[in-house]
Design a protein. Sequence first.
Length: 230
Amino acid sequence: MELAKNDNDKDITEEDVAQYLKNHPGFFLKRDDLLLELELAHSSGKAVSLLERQVTLLRERNVDMRGRLNNLLDNARNNDQLFDKTKQLVLALIEAQGLDAIVNTFNRSLLSDFSMEFSSLTLFGNPERHRSASSRMVPIDDAYAKIPGLLKTNNATCGVLRPEELEFLFLEQAKQIGSAAVVPLSFGNPLGVIAIGSKDPHYFRSSMGTLFLGYIAEVLNRILPKYLSP
């Protein structure tokens, strides 16, 4: 709305002024004196000119934008590092010879490369038929009796687990774990379950991303079946 169209100044509202200035962004270009005369209340109690306030706002926005940009760069670097670690683990799992080597490679990478506090890879099968020095083999019926809720979906479960679930997954380390992330392994048939844990009960949350863990699970789903055949 044009201010010139108002016949009576009393009819001009704040919205009229605001809209006029939006429609004429160059209004103050030839009115430097007006910029300096206009005063705005400041949080400190001191009045400042419109120009000073504008400069302050631009500086604040600049700081905010730089902060956001730095966060984006940090996230990009973290994602690059995570991708590289995941790639190295996948290659090592593919090259591993035998079930023990796969289990050792998985746990060593999660604890060392990914800096996880606790790592667990539990496989389903007959312990008598699949004797192994490093692999933990449990009957599938035991798994469904102890952690049925964690096996209902192929997706990751993150958060605080029940004591019996922690005991099944982490054995003697269970009492040290505050939160965990769990992913079932399945390729046609249930193969096992992987879990990583932290002493911090808030470290693993239901809202956190588990893309890398799901990807590792998919790789294990392809390489484990030949070692777990009846």
